[in-house]
Design a protein around this ligand. Sequence first.
Ligand code: ADP
Ligand code: MG
Length: 356
Amino acid sequence: MPKPKPKPGKRGSGGRSGLPETVADLGEFGFIETLRRRLPQASGSLPIGVGDDAAWWRPAAGNGILTTTDMLVNRVHFDLDYTTAADLGYKSLAVNLSDLAAMGGEPVCAYLALALPAELEKIWLDEYITAFLKLAQEYNVQLAGGDTVAARDLTISVTLNGLAPVNKPILRSGAAVNDDIYVSGSIGDSFCGLKLLQKIFPAAALNPAEIAFLQGRHLRPAARVRLGRTLAACGRVNAMLDISDGVVADLGHLLTASGELGAELDQAAIPLSPAAAKLEAAGVTDLPDLLTGGEDYELLFCANPGARAEIAEIARACGVNLTRIGRVNDKRKILMLVNGKSEALSGRRGYDHFRN
Ligand code: ADP
Ligand code: MG
């Protein structure tokens, strides 16, 4: 469809004035053409990718297609003051990989919708695309299409298609009373990393490697694709999601979807990285914050206690820690076991875009 033309760049064209080239200098079609030349020839199950009116994906007959979309808005989801183009290129795809992982799917093709301010530097866009394509290649994902428009502020929307696992996707709604609750990796690192990047948390409590680790967990979350697929394939996982809004909120979503269930978490079992534990011990943060901060992009899932040995084996095979943090019950709320006593969780909840 026809689109508004980007406004002419404030900085003159093509670096003639000695100023950096901008998106306006490059133009919508210049950008798409450059992008197309960087992509592998469409082939196999993707005969048509970038370049026509629509991509043509021909998945082999199977269990169906999973589709997920995530939108990132400047100053809402990221801040260019401390997020590089490469960080954002990575993260805008990684958060979608994480959603697909949570269903146990295999990612295949991505669509990238960009709303770009005309004065954005061309080099920024190059670095963004380079990082996006690098992560895509690591996961065998093809960039199959998208849209590019001019806008006052930077907004990025990525859609990811993938194949559903052979059995069936793991839903949020399958948890049962007495199921074990597991999380992958460690919790609260991204929250700590964000607060360090925003200079809200003092860096003095940590060494440079710990700071880099926590900030990296916020800027470059690992997508647990292999883990998600392996958990789905084992047939022992009853319900799963990825933690984007915080453990408490996302566990709440899963318990609600599974039929007004509740859970008891064991405070001592919550897996914290050494760096996050150090900030907690120093009183810079506390467990309720780490459990509600969000953007962990770890997997949270429920399985029957009879599956413990198998799940421990999957953790070893995938090289990801899986920690049993509690158990599902029928009490309709989430309680925390603290020194042998059940306590209500404090009022802090997970991230809600319309409330926070
Ligand atoms: P149309 O005008 O028919 O909607 P466009 O001119 O918007 O097509 O896009 C031309 C081609 O470039 C399409 O194949 C589209 O999917 C692709 N494309 C446009 N922007 C992007 C982008 N940001 N990332 C990937 N592909 C893109
Ligand atoms: Mg068209």
